[in-house]
Ligand binder design. Structure first.
Ligand SMILES: [Mg+2]
Length: 187
């Protein structure tokens, strides 16, 4: 990546990196981490700056990030360019008439952010495509994870994202169906 600056990878949390479960007595937050999460974070951190954008509350986000750090040794909160929670989302009525949270991609145009990351160099990983209804060009969709121990999505996603990192405009890429098109060594 000669002249290109490092791209930014904006990560969703719930059902993308982890799954919340009922807390035990005395616990505020209890999350199960998705398989290959540590591998994923270590791999993508080679090529991308990282950030978090969740529609969950700030308390939930920070609690889960503490668990992540304790269990994997990876300090995502410490690495992150920003940690955005529900306060940065908007509440919109979709075509189905139901209200849901959105992550308005126009927030990527903030001056301080744009100075470091042109919009074409920002990718967002999310299990709910509707979150990026106004910014599909940034989205890499992952399957929602709710506890399947044999899940391999993050392992493949790390390979896929690393293969893209030198692209000068991510928005021009077809990212839907990425996993079926992924060429894996030995496969
Ligand atoms: Mg999610």
């Amino acid at each position: 990546m000669s002249e290109l600056s490092r791209p930014l990878l904006v990560l969703d949390l719930d059902e993308t990196l982890w799954h919340g479960v009922e807390p035990a007595d005395g616990e505020v937050v209890r999350v199960q981490l998705r398989p290959y999460l540590r591998h994923f974070l270590e791999q993508v951190a080679h090529d991308y700056d990282l950030a978090v954008w969740t529609a969950a509350s700030g308390d939930w986000m920070r609690g889960g990030l503490d668990v992540l750090r304790a269990e994997t040794g990876f300090d995502l909160a410490g690495h992150a360019v920003f940690l955005w929670d529900r306060e940065r989302c908007s509440w919109r009525r979709g075509e189905d008439g139901d209200l849901s949270w959105r992550k308005p991609a126009r927030k990527f145009r903030a001056g301080w952010l744009r100075a470091r990351y042109p919009r074409g160099r920002i990718l967002a990983v999310d299990d709910v495509p509707g979150n990026y209804a106004c910014g599909y060009g940034h989205l890499v969709r992952v399957t929602p994870w709710t506890g399947d121990a044999s899940d391999t999505e993050l392992r493949y996603l790390a390979t896929y994202l690393r293969s893209l990192a030198a692209t000068d405009d991510f928005r021009a890429l077809e990212k839907r169906g990425w996993r079926s098109r992924l060429q894996l060594p030995g496969s």
